[in-house]
Design a binder for this molecule. Structure first.
Ligand code: SF4
Length: 304
């Protein structure tokens, strides 16, 4: 596989910036450490797109990464478009729809459209890249000016590799070149004192497995309470749609069983249930490049 996504127009010259999309999960953390150790090309900058609702363990881990990167003269910047939790509950804020589970009055089940990855991760990251290239929106970026963006995709997740959808950015996948699986990343992180690297994703992401929810409930009671309160608050639709006179016909839920989160009988699997983290181009169920609509579907109703 050609692990560098190229568009013909931008296939000349060298990148103006060699960046890492730092999700602060296992794979992107391994890439940052590998860059610090000289195993992969050093990054000019690592960009963390913050939804504002990551677990405290992710933010603590990010602080460790920032210290490590600083010691190797690699800047880490945090970008964002707000706080996904607060924005969803604020009638004055635009609600970037999360992939919530829906239950229609007739019992039909579906999922809401997913806009959160684009709004809270991809857009802020693109904005930062444009800014660093010297062509902030709406300036046109010349064809010969582009950034290389390393994405933490391991061999066992090769199906999640996605091209960038803009000419000024080309995604690369150094872990595929290294032939590393997620287990290799975990071993490498352990060798470098980061054995407890968490998965990164929003605390209240509907894609979470029962394993995650059970662990959150047992070990992070404040974050569990935050997710439970959010689940209750979004039951009848987004605050903004409701305030604008467009209440949801049906209900939203964080858990796939479509019952209140604090009433779900969680069934974590022995040995752990596979769960993917969430990054700008690696969110769960992100459709392949050119692959059409949201794989999470829109069987239910999105919100205004
Ligand atoms: S972790 Fe879930 S809720 Fe957060 S941006 Fe990704 S898909 Fe959306």
């Amino acid at each position: 596989m050609n692990t560098t996504a190229m568009t013909p127009e931008a296939s000349v010259g060298k990148p103006a910036i060699n960046a890492l999309s730092l999700g602060a999960g296992v794979q992107s953390s391994a890439l940052l450490v590998a860059a610090c150790r000289g195993l992969v090309e050093k990054f000019d900058v690592c960009i963390f797109a913050d939804t504002g609702w990551e677990s405290i363990t992710v933010y603590q881990h990010l602080l460790r990464l920032e210290r490590l990167a600083a010691a190797h003269h690699i800047p880490v910047v945090r970008v964002g478009a707000g706080n996904i939790r607060l924005d969803a509950l604020n009638p004055a804020s635009r609600f970037a729809s999360m992939p919530l589970f829906t239950l229609a009055p007739n019992g039909q089940r579906g999922m809401a459209r997913r806009q959160c990855t684009s709004s809270y991760k991809i857009s802020p990251l693109k904005k930062e890249v444009r800014r660093r290239l010297g062509y902030p929106h709406p300036r046109r970026v010349p064809a010969a000016v582009w950034a290389q963006m390393a994405i933490g995709i391991s061999v066992d997740e090769i199906g999640r590799a996605r091209d960038s959808d803009v000419r000024y950015m080309r995604n690369t996948f150094p872990l595929l070149d290294l032939g590393w699986r997620r287990s290799d990343c975990l071993s490498y992180l352990a060798e470098n004192g980061l054995a407890d690297t968490p998965r990164s994703s929003c605390v209240g992401c509907p894609f979470h497995s029962d394993d995650f929810w059970a662990d959150l409930k047992s070990n992070q009671p404040l974050e569990w309470a935050s997710a439970v309160a959010f689940d209750h608050a979004i039951r009848n639709g987004s605050a903004r749609a409701t305030a604008n006179g467009h209440p949801l016909r049906g209900q939203f839920f964080l858990h796939r069983q479509r019952i209140p989160l604090d009433q779900v009988v969680l069934r974590p699997r022995a040995g752990g249930e596979p769960e993917q983290g969430c990054g700008p181009w690696t969110c769960p169920a992100t459709p392949p490049a050119g692959g059409g609509g949201d794989a999470a579907g829109d069987a239910g109703r999105g919100v205004a």
